[in-house]
Design a protein around this ligand. Structure first.
Ligand SMILES: Cc1cc2nc3c(=O)[nH]c(=O)nc-3n(C[C@H](O)[C@H](O)[C@H](O)COP(=O)(O)O)c2cc1C
Ligand code: SF4
Length: 428
């Protein structure tokens, strides 16, 4: 099987945003036309056949989310494309937005049509300011050509899209914080229920989808759910856009059928490890994912295979870390990131992250004691179970996985008076 597949990324480098006619010639807006001709229930059924799962991290089935949204009656509804992409190691949405903007616009239109919304927003992180400008121009061109605005393509469907700029906070990728920030408040998560599908932007039902999810929707409607489902595995149908970075020779964004092994991804697709070094671990699904030691390298990249080993796809990022790196240094930088990004709303995350960062620094400086290992484990577990939102719940994931797979390396950083315990084998 070809390990790099172009379905979602088929239009990359094929047109420039100024040439909407080229997008049309590539089959653009055919998915929208089909959706409008066949109706919302047809779209939901195609997404169900394709077994598309949300690509923003949680992997919730898109057809289910859209079906619940479609059934909801309200005076007004909104759709939002989540292009915050704040997860370190994740840069696939940037490519999707920059290299095929009309596919995302079309996906948003299909979502607006099914959900019954007349207004969409694309929430793009502030760091992608060049993409924001390009996207605004693409929206103007789409409107001039009758693809946005009133009576789209001669139908009675009215829809427009506005670009909203994030302000640089990682937590604003979480859908309720994103909406809080759009409403002009500090980006902090809302208490749920009510879920934003019920009361979202301005308290109206709101459908939030990731950039890649919307690109996949356009791809599926442009062909069929069955065609998309021909790729991948039984439990993970279709393809996935991944971003590979770290110590590899050819980092980048690739589209692969689910079921490709991690070994194939690292060695055949991303050019192998720099300087022919060995792999120490991979971090899958962004900085909030666990560290996967190299002995799992033959695991197929699919929801079910990764889950069976205790890992997950998350945001679709794969960071490769070679055996010249220190686990402690890596954990310190992960922890620093979360310490900086914690919004401060809840105590377990705000205080827990501060304490874990301090304790990990003891290891980096060689002043840690064996009790620090127990403290890190206790605080991490408490954070995982009691934090208010996904940020705090997943912030200790990398550290907890290091305690599972790299404990001897942590012990080697315990202050000298305690090191004798390693010799005595007490670390087990
Ligand atoms: C801390 C945090 C950050 C998140 N960041 C993003 C993000 O940058 N982009 C994204 O699409 N989803 C992000 N999510 C997930 C969103 O809340 C939401 O589940 C997603 O946008 C839904 O889209 P999907 O169903 O298409 O996956 C984040 C979640 C959390 C808890
Ligand atoms: S878990 Fe962290 S980011 Fe989430 S609400 Fe609590 S303090 Fe804020």
């Amino acid at each position: 099987m070809n390990r790099v597949q172009e379905l979602i990324t088929k239009n990359f480098n094929q047109y420039n945003y100024e040439a909407i006619d080229k997008y049309v010639a590539l089959g653009g807006f055919e998915g929208l036309k089909k959706a409008m001709a066949e109706g919302p229930e047809f779209v939901i059924s195609e997404l169900r056949t394709a077994a598309l799962k949300g690509r923003g991290g949680a992997g919730y089935p898109t057809w289910k989310k859209w079906s619940i949204g479609y059934d909801r009656v309200a005076e007004q509804k909104f759709v939002i494309c989540n292009a915050d992409e704040g997860e370190p190691g994740t840069f696939k949405d940037r490519d999707l937005l920059a290299k095929d903007p009309y596919k995302i616009i079309e996906g948003m239109m299909i979502s607006g049509f099914v959900f019954g919304a007349q207004q969409g927003f694309v929430y793009i992180r502030e760091e992608y300011s060049h993409i924001q400008e390009m996207f605004k121009k693409a929206l103007e061109i789409a409107e001039r050509n009758g693809y946005l605005g009133n009576n789209i393509l001669g139908s009675n469907f009215n829809f427009s899209i506005q670009v909203f700029s994030g302000a640089g906070a990682y937590v604003c990728g979480e859908n309720s914080s994103l909406i809080e920030s759009m409403e002009g408040r500090a980006g902090r998560p809302r208490i749920k229920p009510p879920r934003i599908g019920e009361k979202g932007y301005l308290n109206y039902p709101t459908l939030v989808n990731n950039v890649e999810t919307l690109a996949a929707v356009t791809t599926i409607l442009g062909s069929s759910g069955e065609e998309f489902a021909r790729y991948g595995t039984e439990g993970s149908k279709g393809t996935k856009v991944i971003c590979v970075s770290g110590n590899v020779n050819a980092p980048g964004v690739f589209e692969i059928p689910f079921g490709t092994t991690l070994r194939e991804i690292v060695y055949d697709i991303a050019g192998g490890v720099e300087n022919d070094n060995g792999i120490k671990f991979l971090q899958l699904g962004g900085i909030s994912g666990p560290l996967m030691p190299s002995n799992f390298i033959d695991t197929p990249y699919s929801y079910e295979d990764l889950q069976a080993e205790g890992f997950s796809i998350g945001s679709g990022s794969i960071v490769v870390v070679d055996d010249t790196n220190s686990v402690i240094d890596y954990l310190v930088s992960v922890s620093d990131f979360f310490y900086h990004e914690s919004c401060g709303k809840c105590t377990p995350c705000r205080e827990g992250k501060r304490q874990i960062t301090r304790l990990l620094r003891n290891f980096a400086e060689g002043t840690a004691t064996r009790e620090d290992i127990n403290r890190i484990e206790k605080i991490s577990t408490t954070m995982k179970h009691t934090s208010f939102c996904g940020l705090g719940q997943t912030a200790p994931t990398a550290t907890l996985s290091a305690l599972k797979y790299f404990l001897p390396e942590l012990w080697l950083h315990v202050a000298e008076k305690d090191v004798q315990h390693i010799v005595e084998g007490e670390w087990k």
